[in-house]
Write a protein that binds this ligand. Structure first.
Ligand code: GRF
Length: 190
């Protein structure tokens, strides 16, 4: 498969996916990184990996369709067939959803449908639940609402701080995303 990774920030999930591709675990190629923040560290990571990137500022466009049309052109030029959201902090609009049906996946740091949206780890911590987790799902027009592909539970232990919990969740993400992509790229999951 030919992948595009969409991210807005640090890009640690992007990093774990590139490592899994380099080691041969995931049989895919990342053709493009799409980023909506010019100063995001994920862009530096892409440079270090010699992966092309397309970055943009939403404020330079009058609406979502306008910048998604540009993204679409970049994706089509590279024959991208699977879009991987990894910390991309925007809802995907109809322009991309129509062109990539069942072909956009997202990772979210909670057991959806619990704690959708921003700061899912903080929400779970504040709620005092005993476990939370990671969800990988197909993307639809809603916020963290598409069909679930896989979930993995992460315990919240006594004495945890948000930082400790965050780290435990991120470690889970860095294992889970590559292994789901491995299966998606071999078409074992539909
Ligand atoms: C991850 O926790 C992911 O679940 C959420 O955003 C975070 C991105 O982290 N959607 P990183 O940029 O991959 O380090």
């Amino acid at each position: 498969k030919r992948l595009a990774v969409f991210a807005s920030g640090n890009g640690s999930n992007f990093h774990s996916i590139t490592n899994a591709i380099k080691s041969g675990k995931v049989k895919a190629e990342i053709c493009l990184v799409v980023c909506d923040r010019k100063d995001a560290y994920v862009l530096e990571r892409a440079r270090l990996e010699n992966i092309q990137s397309f970055s943009f500022s939403a404020k330079n466009y009058s609406n979502k369709a306008e910048f998604e049309e540009e993204i679409l052109t970049e994706l089509q030029q590279r024959d991208v067939d699977l879009i991987i959201l990894a910390g991309y902090m925007r809802l995907i609009g109809p322009t991309l959803l129509q062109e990539y049906p069942q072909s956009i996946v997202n990772i979210h740091p909670s057991l959806l449908p619990a704690f959708p949206g921003k700061d899912a780890v903080g929400q779970a911590f504040a709620a005092g639940v005993k476990e939370t987790g990671v969800t990988i799902h197909y993307v639809d027009e809603g916020m963290d609402t598409g069909p679930i592909i896989v979930q993995k539970t992460v315990p919240i232990l006594e004495g945890d701080t948000i930082d400790i919990l965050q780290k435990r969740i991120q470690e889970t993400e860095h294992d889970l995303y590559p292994s789901v992509l491995q299966q998606l790229c071999q078409q074992q999951l539909t």
